[in-house]
Design a protein around this ligand. Structure first.
Ligand SMILES: [Zn+2]
Length: 303
């Protein structure tokens, strides 16, 4: 088991200081690059609660906020350890109510067992807690902002996104990735499903129709401008889906076994498995993305 001793913290302001992003990464020398997780603060509403390894840093951040920025409540977007690590600390030490979707609540109450590479990146000793159920709409402290809560499963079954229609902000956490090259497979506790991800991105695209100044805030992967970000991901997944199923037909014509078929498609699509695929022993890999695309029938909802 690895554990990082040194942590890195950054604070970033967006939209005329109305949104404060707190980014956290371990700076363990064992990691090939920093992996960031983000907590956003908008008018007293905290979106997510960081990783178990960052609880001490999150505590310092909350303590240092002035009265204008004091946290009134927290919403957890999903159950992964890099989003809910500080939930119990917020409740117990600051008396901050923490909300989550009905699907996430029982998961947040459980101990978490996750592979050593994720312990290295996000730290250990997750503290389970009892979250409160989230309504369909959530208002911020002053009433200035009002968020629609949208179910966006795929990355995680309980994943939600928060959309502020008037200001055209979408907090999408991990619901959409900047590029689809890898996926967590079914042999881990993160069974990402590409067909559900695709449907959720389409749902976000439909929901944000007419928002020509849309800003999309991801967790640690940056801020993206415009609905074209969503449309590009829709096109990207659709094209990969079609390509993979064409390669399957080719492989079947060559009478390849299942193992050979996967290797054939992997080579044609990505040349070889990625470094991260090897590092995570296939947990987060090109291969799992290919399997999820193959399990999604071509004639079903890819238009
Ligand atoms: Zn996640």
């Amino acid at each position: 088991m690895f554990y990082a001793d040194y942590m890195v913290v950054q604070k970033v302001y967006h939209c005329n200081n109305e949104i404060l992003e707190w980014k956290w990464s371990s700076d363990s020398e064992l990691m090939p690059q920093p992996f960031w997780t983000s907590v956003f603060l908008i008018d007293g509403l905290l979106v997510d609660a960081g990783a178990p390894g960052g609880v001490g840093d999150l505590r310092d951040f909350i303590k240092a906020l002035d009265s204008n920025n004091a946290v009134e409540k927290c919403v957890i977007t999903h159950n992964h350890e890099d989003h809910c690590g500080g939930g119990r600390m917020l409740q117990e030490e600051f008396n901050i109510p923490v909300f989550a979707s009905k699907q996430a609540i029982p998961l947040l109450k459980k101990e978490k067992i996750y592979p050593d590479y994720r312990q290295m990146v996000w730290g250990i000793n997750y503290q389970p807690f009892q979250a409160e159920p989230l309504e369909d709409i959530i208002n911020t402290k002053s009433g200035k902002y009002c968020f629609d809560v949208i179910a966006t499963p795929g990355h995680a079954p309980e994943q939600i996104s928060l959309i502020e229609r008037k200001h055209q902000w979408a907090f999408i956490a991990d619901a959409v990735m900047p590029k689809y090259q890898m996926i967590f497979g079914k042999d881990t506790d993160i069974p990402e499903n590409i067909s559900l991800i695709y449907r959720s991105i389409k749902k976000l695209h439909d929901f944000t129709e007419g928002m020509d100044k849309l800003l999309l805030f991801t967790s640690g992967n940056g801020v993206f401008k415009g609905r074209s970000f969503l449309k590009d991901r829709i096109d990207e997944i659709k094209s990969m889906h079609i390509k993979i199923h064409k390669l399957r037909v080719e492989a079947e014509e060559r009478r390849l076994s299942n193992t050979q078929l996967l290797r054939y498609i992997l080579k044609k699509m990505f040349k070889r498995e990625s470094f991260i695929g090897t590092l995570t022993r296939g947990g987060l890999s090109h291969k799992n993305l290919i399997i999820s695309l193959l399990e999604w029938p071509i004639d079903c909802d890819s238009s």
